[in-house]
Design a protein around this ligand. Structure first.
Ligand SMILES: Nc1ncnc2c1ncn2[C@@H]1O[C@H](COP(=O)(O)OP(=O)(O)OP(=O)(O)O)[C@@H](O)[C@H]1O
Ligand SMILES: [Mg+2]
Length: 274
């Protein structure tokens, strides 16, 4: 039910218009990026703004193709989007004319193979899983931001993708809703065994969710370091793992790495201008 993701020597070059003479020039967004995510693993990616995190996700989802290197999911080179990979974006991407239930059913219609009644049953099951059993008849404008993201997560999980790609899905939420959804995501991940790649700006979120945290550098974007997070994920509910010394240790380690990465990116920028 879950797949390995392999990015090997991945480069991504974009054609951009230069600021000075408006000529088309090449912008190297990613270069020599290597990352493997094991089946059923939850890996978080952190890195400075603009370092190429969303670009990595676009490549795994198949929305874009790399300029060099290879992206392989479940042993197959990725060439296009597919229902084996679900994506949850930062912005809410629900269909406004469909209810919460209708939005989840929509994904199941796209997948095919289920009767109308079965689609409704499965959609309800997944709305239940994300804690929204009583909101199936609400339209997106009648839902809070956190609820909309839950529907989007339910939609992506409902067709049981082997891989779930999440691009700062909780970025727009308040701290408490965010923590609750993080906890729910861990529970869902444990239940489904889906391989998850989760992008975030938030170090605490990266440490809390990730079995491993990949820290990216900028210009060009590549994986600077991958930290294994060894926290007790089966601790009882009333243990706040975010307050443990181990958590603080990982937070500091990643904070230090990001500071180095940011400094280097600033230096590179200065050198390029000079
Ligand atoms: N289609 C495109 N054409 C030209 N440049 C692009 C394109 N897509 C992304 N870029 C550039 O590639 C770099 C990486 O972009 P990306 O969106 O992957 O960054 P990010 O790490 O997700 O940033 P953020 O944390 O702000 O979301 C940026 O400098 C961006 O301007
Ligand atoms: Mg991004």
């Amino acid at each position: 039910m879950s797949s390995r993701i392999e990015l090997a020597g991945v480069g991504q070059v974009f054609q951009v218009r230069s600021d000075t003479d408006k000529q088309i020039e090449e912008f190297v967004a990613l270069e020599g990026l290597d990352l493997t995510v094991e089946p059923g693993e939850l890996v978080t990616i952190v890195g400075p703004s603009g370092c190429g995190k969303s670009t990595v996700l676009d490549l795994v989802s198949g929305l874009t193709r790399p300029s060099s290197g290879q992206v392989v999911v479940d042993g197959k080179v990725v060439t296009e989007p597919g229902l084996d990979r679900g994506v949850v974006f930062q912005q809410y991407t629900l269909l406004p004319w469909r209810t919460a239930l209708g939005n989840v059913e929509f994904a199941l219609e796209a997948k095919g193979g289920l009767s109308r009644a079965e689609r409704t049953r499965v959609a309800r099951e997944f709305l239940d899983l994300v804690g929204l059993p009583d909101f199936e008849n609400r339209y997106p404008h009648e839902l809070s931001g956190g609820m909309k993201q839950r529907v989007a997560i339910a939609r992506s999980l409902s067709y049981q993708p082997e891989v779930l790609l999440m691009d700062e899905p909780f970025g727009a939420l308040d701290a408490q809703t965010r923590e609750r959804l993080q906890e729910e995501l861990v529970q869902i991940w444990k239940r489904t065994g889906t391989t998850i790649v989760f992008i975030t700006h938030d170090i605490d979120e990266a440490v809390f969710l990730g079995q491993r945290v990949a820290v990216m550098s900028a210009r060009p974007g590549r994986i600077r370091e991958v930290i294994t997070i060894d926290l007790d994920r089966d601790a009882p509910d009333d243990v706040d793992i975010r307050s443990t010394p181990e958590f603080a240790h990982y937070r500091h380690e990643i904070w230090t790495l990001l500071r180095q990465v940011n400094r280097r990116a600033q230096l590179n920028e200065v050198n390029q201008v000079a």
